[in-house]
Design a protein around this ligand. Structure first.
Ligand code: PEP
Ligand code: CO
Length: 459
């Protein structure tokens, strides 16, 4: 058992699927019609589970291996999925991006990749303020498609409980898309002509990357020959889904008891807790601690050692491998100072965790025109420093957590494609955080693949 030095309640009160209701629950919408809410939740409780408990446990076993440095995790997708963008083409592009980046990372890092989408349920968003003001009008903030619509009108911004049912249906549809992409053959997504590599013509150091890309394509060709026509058997077929388990009524309605008696969240394989709701005594930690799923929690520059110890004790009291992932999102200019104490705190507790680096959320900035963006160089710098700090501390960086789109969006600055502030308006589709586009994502994967070894040795 982990014994935290921070004060924790003497006897942990028993967990039930409803025990979170007596804890403070931040970031929940205000529904104005309790009867309509009750009806929607009743209906949701009768809807089928979205994932299988066996696959949830499979993922936990893979995460346990990643924790030991035997696999590398690539968790990636939209900041906020949107109902209206949920079509087969979008899902196919997200899978293609994950597959292509995984091939590159597998070759560069010489590790099998665990692929996890921010997909099939990433519909609820925490907001820094409850209200949004525009030209003297104040309306409830957009909280993701599972709660309301982003249009700035009183009707659109009203929290509508029917949206939880729509989110369930959309998540099921996305999972269907993933299955049909797999049935059509992942190999189709890996044919050399489909890769986003035009940025190479603009990269000053392009010649560094071509041999690795040639090796990836050569391996895929060899596997096709070996397999007769398709390298299907050798590809990363197993793909998992994750989302921020923010909207507790929704998550609660999809919490199901397995035949073995354990409770699972069967809305997703890997539910995570965002930074704004990671209070050890809060409702989100209380809800998640009783589940058998693997869990993840974001940690940031304000996460204190005492709070972290408390979280470790509550979320993984038996120190089970693969159970707990810590996603640090510190910012390129803070990671050097803020990551070492977090690593030391985990070590001092003897806790087994999987560390992922989210280089997105600590590097968000707002341009003078009001556009939210992130610079490729900041993202890359945070990733490099994450490898370096873990390396110096004898710890393992087990993967990356990215906001990235397989679509040709223009939301983040820079990369070899050289996106400038003036380009961002061209195809800025996110309603919440800016994502790397497919060129920037592949470039990041190539740079990590070639340089992670050197970063780990950085003094
Ligand atoms: C997110 O991942 O979109 C998010 C809101 O992250 P964080 O909780 O780290 O701010
Ligand atoms: Co985000």
């Amino acid at each position: 058992m982990l014994t935290p030095t921070a004060t924790v309640p003497d006897a942990e009160a028993p967990w039930t699927t409803d025990s979170w209701r007596s804890c403070p629950a931040l970031q929940q919408p205000a529904y104005d019609d309790p009867q309509a809410l009750g009806l929607a939740l009743d209906a949701l409780g009768k809807r089928p589970a979205l994932v299988a408990a066996e696959r949830v446990l499979q993922l936990k076993a893979l995460l346990a291996q990643a924790q030991q440095g035997r696999r590398f995790v690539l968790q990636l997708g939209d900041c906020a999925e949107r109902f209206e963008h949920n079509d087969l083409a979008h899902s196919t592009r997200q899978v293609a991006l994950l597959q292509q980046m995984s091939q590159v990372l597998m070759h560069g890092l010489q590790l099998p990749i665990v692929q996890i989408g921010r997909l099939a349920g990433q519909y609820a968003k925490p907001r820094s303020s409850d209200m949004e003001n525009r030209n003297g009008v104040s309306l409830p903030a957009y909280r993701g498609d599972i709660v309301n619509h982003h249009t700035f009108s009183p009707e659109a911004r009203r929290a509508d409980p029917q949206r939880m049912l729509q989110a369930h249906a959309h998540s099921a549809l996305t999972l269907d898309h993933l299955h049909s992409v797999q049935a059509a053959g992942i190999d189709n997504l890996l044919q050399a002509e489909g890769w986003p590599v035009r940025w190479l013509d603009q990269a000053a150091d392009a010649e560094r990357f071509r041999p690795l890309l040639a090796e990836v394509h050569g391996t895929l060709r060899f596997m096709r020959t070996l397999a007769g026509s398709q390298p299907g058997e050798f590809l990363h077929r197993e793909m998992y889904v994750s989302h921020e388990a923010l909207l507790l009524e929704y998550e609660h309605a999809l919490t199901r008891r397995h035949a073995d008696g354990r409770w699972f969240n069967l809305a997703t394989h890997l539910p995570w807790i965002g930074l704004r709701t990671a209070q050890p005594e809060g409702a989100h930690v209380e809800y998640l601690r009783g589940l058998a799923n693997p869990l993840a929690v974001k940690v940031g520059i304000d996460s204190k050692p005492a709070q972290l110890l408390h979280l470790l004790a509550r979320l993984n009291p038996s120190n089970e491998p693969g159970r707990l992932t810590l996603i640090h999102r510190l910012g390129a200019s803070h990671i050097q100072d803020h990551l070492p104490p977090l690593i030391e705190t985990v070590r001092s507790a003897g806790a087994q965790v999987l560390w992922l680096c989210d280089p997105m959320h600590g590097n968000t900035r707002t341009l003078p025109c009001g556009t939210k963006t992130r610079a490729f160089d900041d993202i890359l710098a945070e990733v490099a420093e994450a490898f370096a700090v873990h390396g110096r501390h004898g710890s393992v960086l087990g993967g990356l957590h990215l906001e990235a789109s397989g679509d040709a969006v223009t939301e983040c600055l820079g990369g070899a494609v050289g996106l400038q502030a003036a380009d961002l308006g061209r195809r800025y589709l996110s309603q919440v955080d800016p994502r790397l586009n497919r060129d920037q994502s592949l470039e990041l994967a190539l740079r990590v693949s070639l340089d992670a070894g050197a970063w780990r040795q950085r003094p």
